[in-house]
Design a binder for this molecule. Sequence first.
Ligand SMILES: [Zn+2]
Length: 257
Amino acid sequence: MAVMSAMLVSASCAQATETIEWPDGKKAAIALTYDDALDTHLDAALPQLDAHGFKATFYLTLENEGFLNRTEEWRAVAENGHELGNHTLFHPCQSSLPGRDWVQPEADLDAYSVARMVREIALTNQLLTLFDGRSSRTFAYPCGDSTAGGESYVDAIRPLFDGARGVASYSPDATYDFYQVSTYGPEDVSGDMLIDYAEGVLEEGGFGSFTFHGIGGEYLTVSPEAHAELLDWLDAHRDEIWIATFQDIVTYTKDAG
Ligand SMILES: [Zn+2]
């Protein structure tokens, strides 16, 4: 596709989309995303998002208690216009990477095959569709890992999604790939540091995303205060920055070329 080859990543913290005109004359786009179906997403992040009217993407891992214990709340989240994204049933990750001692053998992506991973992801999609009634959504790679049994599963999941959020680090000559969109995953940072990233995305005119985990608890935590400072700043710049679900931004960007 000509559009995809023309859109080169030329920014340090956002995937630049130089050929894109953002809606309503805005200059950049940012997706707020939250991984793993955590309690603090519902208890801390969601009230802040709803106060500003921002629509976010929640990448749900369906076996997590934060999903199973609170399904009616998640259903309401979807009805309120947020995206319920696919983050698999069991969150398999590669045990062979550094710092992965915690990966359980039955959820070891190195012991999966591509076919097994696709089967799990496709079933997650079907369950989410039963749940929110939506026929399409986006995916986030658990742990950012994109190989199963040592083989990339990126191509195998393209037909299943509008796009996918990776955690791949920036590569200056990488061609834009809507199925490996880079992101910023903050942990224990100040509001100013979150805003620094958003300012960079605005300056570059690109498509940025935040990957949050715990908000004021759980793990990879960002404080509710820092999260609130970011949302206040985004609200003050909402005439310049399009804040939308990952799905809405990816879909718009693919179509805009
Ligand atoms: Zn995750």
